[in-house]
Structures are given as structure tokens and as C-alpha cells.
Design a protein around this ligand. Structure first.
Ligand code: UDP
Length: 338
């Protein structure tokens, strides 16, 4: 019979996995004041981490994290992650999210985008190495460019125009993946690479130019919905809570291939015309579609193959588009002038 547990003989603290310390884990989140970053920070706090956010607020905002300000486990440092990162004390996990992520942002900030993907990733990896921490890079489906393989599997090397307007983002993330693997191979840093597909939810900036804020704010104002090109290009939209859960599981995944890139996204694919119709339905809008020129190098199709995430993480999205649009639309309604 096992010994009875009494107050004097507490059960030993058990780690969730071999790396999770019995003491409180410490996570650093670069870009933690952004859309995805702020949701990740909330999840980490709710799962017992101490969290340090580093963000230069170029595209992030303190609005996304101000509700965490009184939390003793939360700390915010306003800093550009391309500069040397020094932190006192232990760090167990580095989550490197910092980067502009909307096509109009990286068109406006091409050099900062390239710098954060290259120099910023270098500094974040250096921090992880010096602390013996595990490192996770948020890469992107943009590494597949305008894909010739559909749906996109992680083994596909992509079709990217390095000198086009999206090249600054695509190539900085491709470089970041290469640097991450180099730190893994040369320095033995434990690394994870997630390739994030289109994601939506509360805290996207109303004017960030991406299709979800654009269509929802146009629909809520009963203004024309601007479909670029003929609207036959496809995307697949993942709700933010699903995405963050997938990223979290990847960081803690102990599978033998966990250091290889892993797609996280929702495989439900639709054309931009279908998406416009869905937004009109979900908002009850009177808006009509107008067509605008298709931006250069706009990928014609995008849909993640998530076989790998299913197998190694036991993950798949749970929130369908109609469900995810409810809090998303409510959020944009609260941000738009009445
Ligand atoms: N798009 C559109 N109207 C807009 C904004 C975007 O039709 O007002 C299209 C864009 O051309 C692309 C898709 O929506 O085909 C998704 O664009 P987004 O900027 O959200 O991200 P991307 O997936 O291209 O990185």
C-alpha cells in the first residue's frame, strides 16, 4: 500500500516535463505587447509562469497589456530587441515573436522588419543560450511565398521573391529559421520553430491593413468592402486562442523531431470573396464588395497541412470561423467611433 500523504510529508513537486523547473518557470516574450504576444502572455501567466515582455511598441501597444500591470508575475521592458538584451536572473523559455506582421506594416518598415528578423533573432537566441533557456521562433506561412505546393507542408521549401515588396518579411523569417537551426546545431540550444498561418481575433489593430480588420471595420461602418484582385485568392483563418495553444504545446513538446518547423493554422480554406460574404453575414452589414488592385506577389492560395501538429502536439483548431468572429467583431465594434 502506498504511504499516506500527510501535511508533514508533502508529495514531491513534479515537473510537467524534464525541463520545466519545480520552481516557477520564467518566460521572456519579445513582441509581447502585440496582438499574438499579448494573448500568449496571458496564457503563460494563467499557467504559472513569470513573464518578462520586451517590446519597442512600433506595432504593439501598451493597451494590449495594461490590464496586467499590477500582476507581480508580469514585467514590461520597452526595448528594441535588435539591441543587446540583458536580464538578471534565470530564464527558462524565450518566445521570440517581435516583428511587424501585416503587409502594410512591413511595406512601411522594411528595414526594421529585416533587422528584427535578423539582428533581433540573433539577440533573442543569444539570450536563450546565455540562460540555458529553450527558444521558440514564430515564423510564418510567408516562408512558402506564393506556394506551388498546396496545401503547404513543412517539407516544402517555398516560392519567395526575395526582392519584391514582401521580401523583407519573408526573407527575414527565412533567415531567422536558418539562424535558429544554426544555434541549435552549433551551440546545442533547444529550439522550436512555428510557422504561423493567418490568425485573427481581438487586439488586431483596426488599421493594420490585414483583411480581417479591414473587412470587419468596413462592414461595421456599412462601407464598401475592398476585395483585392478578383477575390479568388484563398486564405485559411485561425482564431487566436487556438493558435496560442498550438504554440504553447510546441514549446513543451518533447518529440524527437520537435526542433523541426511545425505549421500552426486552421485548414479551413476560403476565397477572399467568400470571406467578404461571411463578414457581411456575421455583422448584418449593408456593405457591398468593391474590387481594388491586387498587391504585388500576393499569394494565390494558402492552407496549412497540419498533419505534423496533429501527430506531435495532439493539436488541431477547435473554434470555427463563425464562432471566432463573434468576439472579434465585438472587439472592433468597441474600437470604432459610434
Ligand atoms: N485583402 C483584401 N482586401 C483588403 C486587405 C486584404 O482583399 O482590404 C486580401 C489580400 O490581397 C490577401 C488576403 O486578403 O489576398 C489576406 O491579406 P492579409 O493582408 O490579411 O494577409 P496575407 O495573408 O496576405 O499576409
Amino acid at each position: 500500500m502506498p504511504p499516506r500523504k500527510t501535511a508533514k510529508t508533502p508529495a514531491p513537486k513534479r515537473s510537467r516535463n524534464a525541463r520545466t523547473p519545480a520552481v516557477q518557470p520564467v518566460s521572456v516574450v519579445t513582441g509581447g505587447a502585440g496582438f499574438l504576444g499579448s494573448h500568449l502572455v496571458e496564457l503563460l501567466l494563467s499557467r504559472g509562469h513569470r513573464v518578462v515582455v520586451i517590446d519597442n511598441l512600433v506595432t504593439g501597444s501598451t493597451d494590449n497589456i495594461q490590464h496586467l500591470a499590477g500582476n507581480p508575475d508580469f514585467r514590461f521592458i520597452k526595448q528594441d530587441v535588435t539591441e543587446y538584451l540583458y536580464l538578471d536572473g534565470s530564464v527558462n523559455y524565450v518566445w521570440h515573436l517581435a516583428s511587424p506582421a501585416s503587409p502594410i506594416d512591413y511595406l512601411e518598415l522594411p528595414i526594421q522588419t529585416l533587422k528584427v528578423g535578423s539582428l533581433g533573432t540573433h539577440k533573442a537566441l543569444g539570450l536563450a543560450m546565455s540562460k540555458g533557456a529553450r527558444f521558440l521562433l514564430t515564423s510564418t506561412s510567408e516562408v512558402y511565398g506564393d506556394p506551388l505546393v498546396h496545401p503547404q507542408t513543412e517539407s516544402y521549401w517555398g516560392n519567395v521573391n526575395p526582392i519584391g515588396p514582401r521580401g523583407c518579411y519573408d526573407e527575414s523569417k527565412r533567415f531567422a529559421e536558418a539562424l535558429t537551426m544554426a544555434y541549435h546545431r552549433e551551440h546545442g540550444v533547444e529550439t522550436r520553430i512555428v510557422r504561423i498561418f493567418n490568425t485573427y481575433g481581438p487586439r488586431m489593430r483596426v488599421k493594420d491593413g490585414r483583411v480581417v480588420p479591414a473587412f470587419v471595420s468596413q462592414a461595421l461602418g456599412n462601407k464598401p468592402i475592398t476585395v483585392f484582385g478578383d477575390g479568388t485568392q484563398t486564405r485559411s483563418f485561425c482564431f487566436v486562442s487556438d493558435l496560442i495553444e498550438g504554440i504553447y504545446r510546441l514549446m513543451f513538446c518533447e518529440h524527437a523531431t520537435a526542433n523541426q518547423p511545425c505549421n500552426i493554422g486552421n485548414p479551413h480554406e476560403m476565397t477572399m470573396l467568400q470571406f467578404a460574404q461571411e463578414i457581411v453575414r456575421a455583422t448584418g452589414s449593408k456593405s457591398r464588395v468593391v474590387h481594388k488592385p491586387l498587391p504585388q506577389d500576393d499569394p494565390k492560395q494558402r492552407k496549412p497541412d497540419i498533419t505534423r501538429a496533429r501527430e506531435i502536439l495532439g493539436w488541431e483548431p477547435r473554434i470555427n470561423l463563425a464562432e471566432g468572429l463573434v468576439p472579434t467583431i465585438a472587439y472592433f465594434r468597441s474600437k470604432l467611433p459610434v
